[in-house]
Design a binder for this molecule. Structure first.
Ligand SMILES: Nc1ncnc2c1ncn2[C@@H]1O[C@H](COP(=O)(O)OP(=O)(O)O)[C@@H](O)[C@H]1O
Ligand SMILES: [Mg+2]
Length: 225
């Protein structure tokens, strides 16, 4: 089976005081194994909400998310957390690295969570090499450039060999040179390792790196290419 992610009539309403905010409305989307898909749209159009729904981090108001055919609404919170942990690698705009830990330790923590405390040091070295930072294992986040920090965060997302990478504005904090490096790193991971990636961005230029671009506006998908 090649379908990794399926969203069916997905909707999310936030209630703030007495106001309903329809952040995501009736989204249908399929992502197949090996695809590199971007979702692009202006700030506030519901991209992050959609990513949280797709990654099982938030529950939809309407509709369903399937990961490899498993309906996330039909399983327990614990089972959903396990799918999130074992199958999805998240990359965020703010990197979310532990600042007191060096690159290697940041990867070790991610690996331990998935593997009952076991650490494969060789794999950590290989992944850091893959992102071009094999000489930065001992550096803490503040001893790295912003672009390098994001590459460590991508390495962390890869460490457990995820089925799917969900990246939310991974270049949002980066200058254009570093954005370019991060986008081409994602492209390489997709091309060379067949890594399935969903990239979310407000930047039209960045979205072009993907093979398939989906445009979002006002919580809805307005075009598929
Ligand atoms: N936790 C929340 N509570 C209430 N409203 C929210 C929450 N998160 C997002 N929103 C609102 O939902 C809409 C979509 O937000 P978001 O998914 O963050 O969009 P994007 O990532 O495209 O900028 C916005 O109007 C935002 O203000
Ligand atoms: Mg967002």
């Amino acid at each position: 089976m090649n379908n990794i992610l399926r969203a069916k009539n997905l909707g999310k309403v936030y209630r703030v005081g007495k106001i309903d905010i329809h952040a995501v409305r009736g989204v249908n989307l399929d992502v197949e194994k090996g695809e590199f898909v971007s979702i692009v749209g202006p700030s506030g159009c519901g991209k992050s909400t959609l990513l949280h729904l797709m990654g099982g981090m938030a529950k939809p108001t309407t509709g369903k998310v399937f990961i490899e055919g498993t309906d996330l609404s039909m399983i327990s919170d614990g089972e959903r957390a396990k799918i999130r942990r074992d199958k999805i690698g998240f990359v965020f705009q703010r990197f979310n690295l532990f600042s007191a830990l060096n690159s290697q330790q940041n990867l070790e923590i991610a690996m331990q969570i998935c593997h009952n405390g076991n650490i494969d040091h060789q794999r950590i070295k290989e992944i850091m090499k893959l992102v071009g930072l094999e000489n930065k294992l001992q550096h803490k986040p503040l001893e790295l450039s912003m672009g390098e920090q994001q590459r460590v965060a991508i390495a962390r997302a890869l460490v457990n060999n995820p089925l799917l990478i969900l990246a939310d504005e991974p270049t949002g904090n980066l200058d254009s040179a570093n954005s370019y490096k991060v986008l081409y790193l994602l492209k390489d991971l997709n091309r060379n390792l067949g890594q399935t990636i969903v990239l979310i961005t407000h930047n039209q230029e960045a979205s072009k790196i993907a093979d398939r671009k989906i445009e979002m506006k006002d919580g809805m998908i307005i075009s598929l290419s």
